[in-house]
Every structure is written in C-alpha cells, then in structure tokens.
Design a protein around this ligand. Structure first.
Ligand code: SF4
Length: 394
C-alpha cells in the first residue's frame, strides 16, 4: 500500500480575526466543503440523554467553555455563580459541571450530600490552582511562624484554588474571595490581622491591594514556594502587608503592556477592558479592569459603535463579540490561546458523562473528603457573607 499525500486544502482553517474585519474576533466564514467540527450525532445524543434525565440532572457551563458544550448548559456563569446555582438546585441528583476541577469541588462542598457532582473530563484542571499545593502552603505557614508573623496573618484564597487550600484557609481564620469581592475580602482580613497571605494568584492580590486599597507596591512581596524561605528574609516578611503567593493564570498572565499599546495604535479610540488576573502593568495600561461578570455587563452597556479590546479567555471574548454585532469587540492579543484545561470539556466527554448517568453509572465524580470539606465550607461561607450582589470569579 502506498501513502498518498492528501490534497492541500485551498482554505486556511484558522482565520480567526483575519479577513474582512482584521481587529475583530468574530471570525470569518469558511466557505467550501469542510467536515463538521465534531460528529453531528453527538448533539442529538447529548439532547436525548439530557431529556431522559430531566430534572435529575443540572448542567452548569462556565463562561470559558466551548460553544458545543455551552449549548447544553442549564445555566452559565463564573465559578462562584455556578457554585451558588448548584447549591440552589437540591432537586437535581446529578450536577454536571462543565468547567474545571476546583469549580466542581466547590459545587460538591456547597451542595447536599445526596447530590453527586460530575466533571466530564477529570483532566480539566487549572494550572493556577495547581501552583499552590497543600504541603507547600503548610510549609510556607511554618516560614511565617518562624518569622513571627503567622499569628497576625490572615490567609485569603482566590476561588481558583483546590479544596485543600480552601480548607487550610478556613482552618486558619481566612476566607475565599472572588475577583469582584477581593477588595472586600482584603479589608475584612486587615481588620482581623496585620497581613494577608494571598493564594494562589499574585496578580489578583497585587492589583486589588494596590488599586483598591491603596497599599504601596513595596508592601507587597512575592512568596516563591520553590525557594528556601519563599525567597524572602524574615525582615521582608515582617515589613510586608501583602504576602503574595507566586502563582498566576497561564492565560491571563500572557497579556502584556505591549499588547495594550499595539491595540491602541491599531484601533483608534479603543477601550481596553481586562480581567484582574492580568499582570499589574497590563491593568495599569488598560482603561477598565474587572471580573468576568463586570466585563459582560460593561459590554452590554457599551454604546453602539464603540470599540473594545478585551483581555480575558478567548471563548468568552468570541461569544461577546458575536452577541454585540453593533460594537467592535476584539481580543487583546491574538497569540494568546484558549484555556487549554477548560477546553478539555468537549462534546464527546459531555455525552459520555450524560449517557453514563442515564445507565445509572456516575462517572468522573468529584467528591471532597469530609475533613477538608468542613473547613473549606467555612472559608466559602465567609466569602458568601462578603459577597456583593453580583460576585464573580473567572
Ligand atoms: S483561565 Fe486561568 S485561572 Fe481560569 S481555569 Fe484556565 S488556567 Fe485556571
């Protein structure tokens, strides 16, 4: 048998943001004979399985999920809203969480013991959450204890952290925060202590401390878990107000101040709107910064004809661009890609999860150990008490 090279396609398949509207991420048409993106039968199978399960299943879709998955979500939202939505559905035996691992854990913690949470692909983790391991944080706390500051430090962890880190935070008098109530959480913590250990996103911690609370940049130090003593001297720890964990989002962390300058040069009058997981210099260069829900509301309220460049996850930016054809909505930087772990949840995995539930087989269940869940719930409940009417994470 001889191998024949397939004929070259006359179409470039990845034309995102090119063609008729070079500054937009609405995409362009791909005319011609192209295969479907995935087996069209999967749509019918997902619909049939969901219809069979009825109210027994509740499907949650995070804003960063693919379109092929989001079409089956009963509700969409950020991680905090989805965890609350799950808790408000006690009649659903199964919660299928189309998002990443830490989100499914939070849903499990906040839902009734009789409800089972399913993550369609167990490999859908979060690189930011993985940057703060439980043992690393325990060892960091020992460093703070040796420096004599642990007793006056309140841990605050971003929603984007493992249940074990949330549990550690609850056990040590701290709270979980979201990207929209991080300022409130820091004020709450600094009423109870002199310092904050902020986990695991250094950028959200720094942006909030400096821009919302007016804490000087030189009072923010970065604790690097891969260096002895976090790479800090006891004096530096004693002098700091914010001890920021050296973690970041691998998507938002890729935007740069140069991207902001480039897009301003390319699109006259553009408004730059970014998520606070972006680096400090990006946030300083942008016009507006806010959580996912803030980004959505800002574009909803924007004037027709206005131009926007948005620095957040691409699936969301593409949907926002499609939802606002009267506005010019561009992605802040074309070389930044989708969140690869979010994108692991695809239609085949969703169909597998739903059809397994129809057979009575609960695959990929996320279940947080009761010992961890008790303290994590404490930290989450402190967050709920702090939450604004519209709270949000990523
Ligand atoms: S976008 Fe960033 S923080 Fe959100 S799930 Fe992906 S890696 Fe984690």
């Amino acid at each position: 048998m001889t191998f024949t090279e397939p004929a070259a396609t006359p179409l470039a398949l990845l034309l995102l943001g090119r063609g008729a509207d070079p500054d937009s991420e609405r995409g362009v048409d791909c005319p011609g004979e192209l295969p479907p993106a995935s087996d069209p039968e999967l749509v019918a199978r997902a619909s049939a399985a969901k219809a069979t399960l009825g109210d027994r299943v509740f499907v949650l879709g995070h804003h960063y999920q693919r379109d092929e998955v989001i079409q089956f979500a009963d509700v969409t939202g950020d991680s905090f809203k989805l965890a609350r939505d799950a808790a408000a559905r006690p009649q659903s035996e199964y919660i299928v969480f189309c998002g990443v691992h830490f989100m499914a854990e939070s849903a499990d913690i906040l839902t009734a013991p009789s409800q089972q949470v399913v993550l369609p692909d167990l490999a859908a983790g979060c690189s930011m959450a993985d940057m703060a391991g439980y043992q690393q944080v325990v060892e960091a706390w020992d460093v703070l204890t040796d420096a004599g500051v642990a007793a006056t430090t309140i841990p605050i962890t971003y929603m984007n952290s493992s249940a074990a880190i949330k549990g550690f935070t609850g056990e040590h008098g701290g709270a979980v925060c979201t990207s929209s109530n991080a300022g409130r959480a820091l004020r709450w913590a600094l009423e109870r202590g002199e310092k904050v250990l902020f986990l695991p996103d250094q950028h959200l911690g720094r942006n909030t401390a400096v821009l919302e609370l007016g804490i000087p940049l030189d009072k923010c130090v970065v604790f690097d878990p891969h260096r002895p003593g976090g790479g800090l001297t006891p004096e530096q720890l004693r002098d700091a107000t914010m001890i920021l964990w050296r973690g970041h989002c691998s998507v938002h962390g890729r935007f740069s101040a140069q991207n902001v300058a480039d897009v301003r040069a390319r699109i006259p009058g553009v408004n730059i709107l970014v998520h606070p997981e972006c680096r400090h210099e990006v946030v300083l260069a942008a016009d507006l910064v806010g959580s996912t829900e803030f980004i959505i509301k800002t574009l909803d309220a924007a004037e027709p004809g206005s131009s926007w460049a948005v620095g957040t996850e691409l699936n969301l930016v593409r949907r926002l661009a499609a939802a606002h054809p009267d506005k010019r909505v561009a992605f802040l930087e074309k070389t930044v890609c989708y969140c690869s772990t979010m994108n692991r949840i695809d239609l085949p995995h969703l169909v597998h999860a739903l059809e397994s539930l129809v057979r009575g087989d609960v695959v990929n269940r996320i279940s947080v150990e009761p010992g961890i869940a008790t303290n994590a719930r404490l930290a989450l409940e402190r967050m709920l008490a702090l939450a604004q009417p519209v709270a949000a994470s990523d």
